[in-house]
Design a binder for this molecule. Structure first.
Ligand code: HAM
Length: 422
């Protein structure tokens, strides 16, 4: 009986070496753009107390109701694999007293997150996000800067077919008043709604804007719009964010039906979508969350941020051809058939000396014939190949084709000189 093969769980995937270069490029671009704007890297734990997300993300959201990987640890504490990064960053801000630092505190992360969702292309159960959070300032310029930075990152990574949707949810108070009006509208048209929308009228009426159901969509056309309920300050804040985006020449559409799947948002919300991504078109999104830090036990602190999915950026972006870095030296040797063979020992010594001198080097590890070692070195893009012998070594210049026989203990010196003279 053969042993069954194991596979990675549904909705997860391996990042294979050939995909690593594209990811490294996303990370390098994010670092350059965000650190250039004063954001500093933070990493929070992969799991947190379940209560953080119940309180932070919102008990009525899909994430908390059905998508969390929650488990009890050995001592019975309820823990949850992080489904998102904003609540953990706010928890860290409070826990480390970051309100005492100069504000705003700007933090970025690139980490994996976990949601039990229906897996499909661009929707994973373990996925990666790059995110940026600015805590401690309610200035509209923070909102605009944050959005402009994500626009710049997506542009830099060649994400095609981009659209930016923008709205404002106002304060909790204006949203509460609006919620009542929206509920009344939905109750008045309850018969025309999809059953899952009808069941959630009282719990989360805004989600009705998300429905694909034809009857629901018709009802929503005449539904009251949140933007008409903003108070004077929220309306002025939104107008300023829009003016700043115009200033930065970032195109957007005001979309009053924009709903985000997390409860902490106040004022600005936005989402970038890409036409390149079928159904899962959201590449990145975020908004302002002025009450969240306080809700997690910290001082009243405004916040603004976003996260973008790495898998979706890669699906919608342009991938440069993968090129593995060439090496300076390949150390080859004549096989003498003994595992403790003197050829292998000599080669290992040369390899070590080469690396100590700062060269990139590899040695033969697979028992190939000399001819095949040369072919392998060629595929690796080695600049020099040393075929080592007891006293003498043949050093081959793979670019120019020249070959010389020199004392084994002078190889590293010869390669260094050759590279310098290029
Ligand atoms: P989110 O919209 O839930 O926001 O996720 C942000 C991005 O993560 C999405 O636009 C998408 O690209 C990616 N994403 C989400 N779920 C999945 C999945 N199952 N598979 C693959 N990619 C996915 C947040 O998470 C907020 N924390 C953003 C934020 C930061 N708001 C303020 N600050």
């Amino acid at each position: 009986m053969s042993t069954p093969k194991l596979k990675a769980p549904r909705g997860t995937h391996d990042v294979l070496p050939e995909q690593a270069a594209a990811r490294a490029r996303v990370e390098a671009a994010a670092r350059a753009i965000l650190e250039g704007a004063g954001y500093e890297r933070i990493e929070t734990p992969a799991f947190e107390a379940t209560e953080l997300f119940a309180r932070g993300v919102g008990a009525s959201t899909d994430i908390v109701q059905k998508e969390m990987y929650t488990f009890a640890d050995g001592s019975g504490r309820s823990l949850t694999l992080r489904p998102e990064g904003t609540a953990p960053v706010c928890r860290a801000y409070v826990e480390h007293g970051m309100h005492k630092l100069r504000q705003p505190v700007k933090l970025w992360y690139l980490s994996s997150f976990f949601r039990y969702e229906r897996a499909q292309a661009g929707r994973q159960r373990q996925f990666w996000q790059v995110g940026a959070e600015a805590l401690g300032s309610s200035a509209p310029a923070v909102d605009a800067e944050s959005i402009v930075l994500l626009a710049g990152l997506l542009r830099e990574l060649g994400v095609a077919g981009l659209r930016l949707r923008l709205s404002s949810l106002g304060s909790r108070a204006s949203r509460a008043e609006y919620g009542e009006r929206l509920r009344a509208h939905l109750h008045a048209h309850a018969d025309e709604l999809a059953s899952e929308v009808r069941e959630r009228i009282d719990l989360n009426p805004l989600r009705a804007f998300d429905s694909e159901h034809a009857g629901t969509r018709t009802v929503m056309v005449s539904a009251p719009r949140l933007l008409d309920f903003l108070d004077r300050e929220d309306a002025a804040h939104f107008a300023e964010v829009r003016a700043l985006l115009d200033e930065a020449e970032v195109a957007y559409e005001v979309d009053t039906t924009l709903v985000r799947g997390l409860d902490y948002y106040t004022r600005t919300v936005f989402e970038f979508t890409s036409q390149e991504l079928g159904a899962q078109s959201g590449v990145g999104g975020g908004g302002r969350y002025d009450g969240l830090v306080e809700q997690l036990g910290g001082p009243a602190t405004p916040g603004m941020g976003w996260a973008a999915g790495i898998e979706r950026i890669l699906l919608a972006g342009q991938q440069p051809a993968a090129a593995s870095p060439a090496i300076d030296l390949y150390v080859a040797f004549e096989q003498d058939g003994r595992p403790e063979g003197s050829g292998a020992r000599l080669a290992f010594g040369v390899l070590h000396a080469a690396r100590s001198a700062g060269l990139t080097a590899q040695m033969e590890l697979a028992g190939r014939s000399l001819k095949n070692q040369l072919g392998h070195a060629n595929r690796l893009g080695a600049r020099y190949v040393a075929i080592v012998g007891a006293g003498e070594t043949t050093l081959k210049d793979m670019q120019g084709g020249a070959q010389e026989t020199i004392a084994t203990d002078t190889i590293v010196h010869a390669v260094l000189r050759g590279l310098r003279d290029l």
